[in-house]
Write a protein that binds this ligand. Structure first.
Ligand code: DGL
Length: 265
């Protein structure tokens, strides 16, 4: 394993940056590559078939080109739909991101948990399985929002975010039957931790938010423990499947996360 072999993070957009930050804190000299499928964004409103075809094909090209030591699918939508297909297709370790229902069930006192994800994620059988396995004594209320994904991207472009827009996007979670008893909300989309402060301010009552980023960072660090790294991390590369003015507007946020070079796939 060359010390220069990178860790490749993948998402539809910039949501995966919420996973990059805690991972970098654990492995500071690791070379990082961030790939965003901007041409396919957003994933949450796409069909299972589209995602299951798109994600393994793109990751195959990325792995061939950049030879990463590990791939992290920093996207709940892609992971809950395509993780097993990607693992079967690639010859490198693949870490996925799935809704953190188990830790939510461990801390919920009211036994009513919210799962806030994309429309595609919240309808996945994977979420049924996690709920049955880890939260069978809880009421699990799922809510999908494409708007929050759009708002998270806008925030990272430096645009102002209207509090009312966040309120409207999460209203359905809390107005659902038993929604007034939710005390723990799983942020089941990697874009949403980027809006955690706004979500906390918009929630109709105080709730605890949980997400998978710290656990994924630990998993990546564990799987790469003992491997050789460069003495100093090289500048990160951000790859977009389509370069446009939105990507250009993201460059300060990307640079702040260590990705100073932006290229097209
Ligand atoms: N960040 C992604 C997720 O975790 C997907 C957002 C989207 O493209 O809809 O689900």
């Amino acid at each position: 394993m060359s010390p220069d072999a990178p860790i490749l993070f993948f998402d539809s957009g910039v949501g995966g940056l919420s996973v990059v930050a805690p991972t970098r804190a654990l492995i500071p000299s690791a070379p990082f590559i961030y790939a965003a499928d901007s041409a396919g964004f957003p994933y949450g409103t796409k069909s299972e078939a589209e995602i299951a075809a798109r994600v393994p094909a793109l990751l195959g090209r990325l792995v061939e080109r950049y030879r990463p030591r590990l791939v992290c699918i920093a996207c709940n939508t892609a992971s809950t739909i395509a993780l097993s297909v990607v693992r079967a297709a690639l010859d490198v370790p693949v870490v996925g991101t799935v809704p953190t229902i188990k830790p939510a069930a461990l801390i919920s006192k009211t036994r009513v948990i919210g799962v806030l994800g994309t429309d595609a994620t919240v309808r996945q059988p994977y979420v049924d399985k996690l709920s049955a396995e880890y939260a069978s004594d809880c009421i699990v209320i799922r809510h999908g929002s494409a708007e929050l994904v759009t708002l998270a991207e806008a925030k990272l472009r430096g645009e102002p975010i209207a509090a009312d827009a966040i309120k409207a996007a999460i209203a359905g979670l809390f107005t659902a039957p038993d929604g007034d008893r939710i005390d723990t909300v799983v942020l089941a989309c990697t874009h949403f931790p980027l809006l955690e402060a706004e979500l906390a301010a918009a929630a109709p009552h105080p709730v605890t938010f949980v997400d998978g980023s710290a656990g994924i960072a630990r998993r990546v660090a564990h799987l790469t423990a003992g491997q050789d790294w460069p003495l100093v991390a090289p500048p990160g590369i951000a790859i977009f499947t389509r370069l446009d003015e939105d990507v250009e507007a993201l460059s300060p946020a990307l640079a702040a996360c260590g990705f100073s070079e932006i290229v097209a796939l």
